[in-house]
Design a protein around this ligand. Structure first.
Ligand code: CP
Ligand code: NVA
Length: 300
């Protein structure tokens, strides 16, 4: 059987996306079952060359809970840092591991590893996409709102990797997505494609937030952009998610942030810690979602 990768939301069908979301919700609702070890004997490799707290730990715990094991590899400690060919690395790792999750800069690099590897490859964040984040965020939306359909989801901030994966999800699932980004920070045209009636761009944060069921933001300076930080702080100053902005949304809005957050920059502490925030549930849900994803890729 041909192996299946998870490199972007775009590559999966709506049914595949919602099946893994539902499986994650079922895992959460079922509670811990120490006798259930569907991935016993399986090994996950995590190859990261960007920092991570949530993604790394939730993948490792997910694998442990499913009965499997994990090997963490900092890319700089492998022979890749001494120019071993990517093809050779991918083929060798395929002989040891059952699945490989990668966090790095270049989306093309992850896609090339996936081409050479004989095992499923998971994109655990690139400069362009963060598809695992959006699967676990869809899980959180479904958990809190009952469904991901017929919702208005507002994005306020950078048109970045997380925003790009939200755009893919909106295309697949049809919910309304309004992204408010400062001029010059809109999502990439190649991700937006020809556009879609349910996806709108604006430079006015209020337009994205007014009447929203879900309000989403992320850091103004992503990993790899640190040299631009001072300029970005200025360019994004009108785009903070604070109490005044949240007041424009529906009263039952949920406020999401993939974390890590920069308090008092893209989000006010009062909102991050406030009653509408679901950020800790989002972080927790990554563990169930990653377990469901691993089980899907390895056993389905
Ligand atoms: N949201 C997320 O991916 O967090 P980490 O960078 O801590 O993995
Ligand atoms: N946009 C952020 C997400 C971190 C999880 C980054 O790429 O740094």
């Amino acid at each position: 059987m041909k192996k299946k990768d998870f490199l972007t939301i775009r590559d999966w069908t709506p049914d595949e996306i919602m099946a893994v979301v539902q499986q994650a919700l079922t895992l959460k609702q079922s509670g811990r079952d120490l006798a259930r070890r569907p991935l016993e004997g399986y090994t996950l490799g995590l190859m990261f060359d960007k920092a991570s707290t949530r993604t790394r730990v939730s993948f490792e715990v997910a694998m442990l809970r499913a009965g499997g094991g994990t090997i963490f590899l900092s890319r700089h400690d492998t022979q890749l840092s001494r120019n071993e060919a990517l093809k050779d690395t991918a083929q060798v790792l395929s002989r040891y591991l059952d699945v490989l999750a990668i966090r790095t800069y270049s989306q093309e690099w992850v896609e090339e590893v996936a081409r050479w590897a004989d095992i499923p490859v998971i994109n655990a964040l690139t400069d362009l996409y963060h598809p695992c984040q959006i699967l676990s965020d869809l899980m959180t939306v479904k958990e809190k709102k009952g469904s991901v359909r017929n919702l208005k989801i507002g994005w306020v901030g950078d048109g970045n990797n997380v925003a790009h994966s939200w755009i893919h999800a909106a295309r697949k699932l049809g919910f309304e997505l309004v992204l408010a980004c400062p001029p010059g920070y809109a999502p990439k045209p190649e991700v937006l494609g020809e556009g879609a009636p349910n996806i709108r761009l604006t430079t006015d944060p209020a337009e994205a937030v007014r009447g929203a069921d879900v309000l989403n933001t992320d850091v103004w300076t992503s990993m790899g952009q640190d040299a631009e930080r001072e300029k970005r702080l200025q360019d994004f100053s009108r785009f903070q998610v604070n109490e005044a902005l949240v007041a424009l949304a529906r009263p039952d809005v949920i406020v999401m942030h993939c974390l890590p957050a920069h308090r008092e920059e893209e989000i006010a502490s009062g909102v991050l810690d406030g009653p509408r925030s679901v950020v800790l549930d989002q972080a927790e849900n990554k563990m169930y979602l990653h377990q469901a994803l691993l089980e899907t890729l390895l056993l389905a």
